[in-house]
Design a protein around this ligand. Structure first.
Ligand code: E9O
Length: 597
């Protein structure tokens, strides 16, 4: 799905700001022709949970409603007009007046509602967006409802971050020509410093001919093509590389029968290749070593609300620490984040929201005692269909980002039971079919190791989340070191594929210090990371280290979390803990941006 943009033929307006908001009533309580009953002010974009002071809203389960007036610009007559919602977490319904104009399931990918026939240029309309945050065994991510002693219903889930919901990204009013470019796909077929071959495909609605040009960063046309698909040659291309966010635009022009220009769309892209060869991960044919973080979209007050200031600051901190990459744990991030990664040469592991597809931990790490454990049969065909749809929408949205070098289709799912293989085989095949150009992975958790992981052979890269020294061997780093090295060597010998440690870390209370080996102190976090690094440097198949987590983040309340997960190297308000300085001295001095430290 194309990101909205302004062009000679297109117009996109943000509908950000203060909307009227109400938690409930149910969809049956329309009409939406009237102002929201009991509506109060809410900011868009932002998760609604932490905007107010009442717990009823913060912990609300079910639908909420956002409403505002829109005015259609007078100059938009004859255009196709849509409302584009970048994300409605986890399900959205768009109404214009009382007409349902779009419904979408999946909380982190965009959708649009065509309102062309319902509005008039220069006129106004009442726009209402319903957002449902409920998670079930058939949603991605999954969850379940639990009734307490008093009959109150609570949303439970296995993933370790707060179920922030609402309109956390931009909403836009967009005009395009009716005959228009509907999709663009660009692939670097081959690239070297002296030449590159780039293939493209343009999908259209109407129009009769397509003309394309590659435009460089100085605005010069450096290659031309005709037709809806083809290949283009570039001589002396400026390759997109880690740390070098060189970008081009593919300017796509759609022409009518009489040769008149009806639509123009500029799709940014980078010229770069990605390949897994043996136990190496290659970008532009060069071995790449991932240094960076698992992140979250998370901050005080706005929850998962996208914020450009936070985006710029997070990247500044990542660059300060010497990171060259991050993972969009555990869901697709706002498109602005990937645009920024493209521009800054930051490498991205792009993940679906399939997190928490694990069996119950029997009241263990993230489950509360007494909660039902997920069983292998708990996830069914419909769960998998939702998961497949999440993969389709992720690839459709992000396929042209050069920063994205690896698809992660799930985090820490059940991976030992035979049912896991039946579940994942078609999903891995689907991901490859949708994008044959990028390697794929799933992110593994400790209980599936090199000898009993039943799905890892379906993937190209082994991504491991490991917590020796934390959940296992807490406060015993020498035992942890032995176990970690033994396990990594086991993976290396058994599978011969590149290994990325996609999570390692320790909960750390900023300001807590000790001269003793004491978990939760800043010293312990730094020593633990340092120990992992020694081991990584001894195991050649390790091609990446991404610390869990970039920053402290909010979780659901529970007995192992104190105001959230504290494994951040930065606090939630982005101040460095001691470990941040350790990473900076390891990473920022790496000989080249590509090399292992
Ligand atoms: C997923 C991430 O979202 N990985 C978790 C992170 C954590 O800090 C969480 O925030 O808890 C770790 C999974 C740990 C599994 C340990 C199993 C231990 C069995 C004895």
């Amino acid at each position: 799905m194309l990101k909205p943009q302004d062009s000679e033929t297109r117009d996109a307006r943000l509908l950000d700001g203060i909307w009227s908001f109400s938690a409930g009533p149910s969809p049956g309580a329309r009409p939406w022709t009237a102002p929201l009953a009991g509506g109060r002010d809410a900011a868009v974009p932002a998760s609604y949970n932490d905007l107010f002071t009442d717990d009823a809203t913060r912990m609300h389960v079910g639908w909420v409603w956002y409403q505002r007036e829109i005015r259609i610009p007078a100059g938009w007559a004859g255009q196709r007009i849509v409302v584009r919602v970048d994300a409605a977490t986890h399900r959205g319904r768009v109404y214009l007046g009382d007409d349902l104009v779009a419904e979408h399931i999946g909380g982190y990918t965009p959708f649009e509602a065509d309102i062309t026939d319902l509005v008039e240029a220069g006129g106004t309309a009442r726009l209402t967006i319903g957002v449902d945050n409920e998670l079930t065994n058939e949603t991605i991510p999954p969850g379940f409802l639990q009734e307490d002693e008093n009959g109150a219903v609570h949303q439970k889930y296995r993933h370790d971050f707060f179920n922030y919901a609402g309109l956390a990204r931009h909403v836009r009013l967009v005009a395009t020509p009716k005959e228009r470019v509907t999709d663009v796909t660009i692939v670097t077929e081959e690239a070297s410093g002296s030449a590159a071959t780039v293939s493209y495909r343009v999908d259209t609605a109407g129009g009769s001919a397509v003309r394309v040009a590659i435009v460089d960063e100085d605005g010069r046309d450096v290659a031309h093509g005709d037709g809806a698909a083809g290949t283009l040659q570039l001589s002396e291309p400026r390759l997109w590389n880690p740390g070098e966010g060189n970008l081009y635009d593919l300017r796509v022009e759609l022409l009518a029968d009489d040769g008149e220009l009806v639509d123009v769309y500029r799709q940014p892209f980078g010229v770069r290749t990605v390949e897994v060869r043996g136990a190496e991960f290659l970008i532009n044919g060069e071995p790449f070593y991932f240094r960076g973080f698992g992140k979250h979209e998370d901050s005080a007050v706005r929850g998962k609300g996208h914020d450009d200031a936070l985006l710029v600051h997070d990247f500044a901190l990542m660059e300060w620490s010497g990171a060259n990459s991050f993972r969009t744990s555990h869901y697709p991030y706002a498109e602005e984040v990937l645009d920024y990664a493209d521009k800054h040469g930051m490498v991205v592991i792009d993940e679906t929201a399939a997190v928490g597809l694990n069996l119950g931990l029997g009241g263990g790490v993230h489950g509360q005692a007494g909660e039902p454990a997920f069983s292998p049969t708990m996830f069914n065909e419909r769960t998998r269909d939702a998961h497949a749809q999440a993969i389709r929408e992720l690839v459709a949205r992000d396929k042209n980002h050069p920063s994205v070098v690896l698809w992660s289709i799930a985090n820490e799912p059940e991976a030992v039971e035979p049912a896991a293989r039946d579940y994942f085989e078609p999903l891995a095949a689907l991901t490859r079919e949708l994008d044959p150009t990028r390697p794929i992975a799933y992110v593994n958790e400790l209980r599936a190791s090199f000898h009993n992981d039943a799905i890892v052979d379906l993937f190209d890269v082994i991504c491991l989340n490991r917590y020796y020294g934390w959940y296992v061997d807490n406060a015993n780093l020498s035992a942890a070191e032995t176990r970690l090295e033994r396990e990594l060597r086991g993976w290396e010998e058994t599978h011969g594929k590149p290994i990325i440690i996609a999570e390692y870390g320790a909960d750390t209370l900023a300001g807590l210090h000790s001269v003793h080996v004491q978990s939760w102190t800043e010293e312990y976090q730094a020593e633990l990371l340092d120990m992992y690094h020694r081991v990584f440097d001894r195991v050649p198949a390790v091609v990446g280290e991404q610390v869990w987590n970039f920053a402290d983040f909010q979780t659901s309340p529970g007995i192992i979390r104190v105001d959230g997960n504290k494994k951040g190297v930065f606090t939630r308000d982005r101040r460095p803990k001691r470990a941040a300085h350790l990473l900076r001295s390891r990473w920022a001095t790496a000989p080249t941006r590509n090399a292992a430290p």
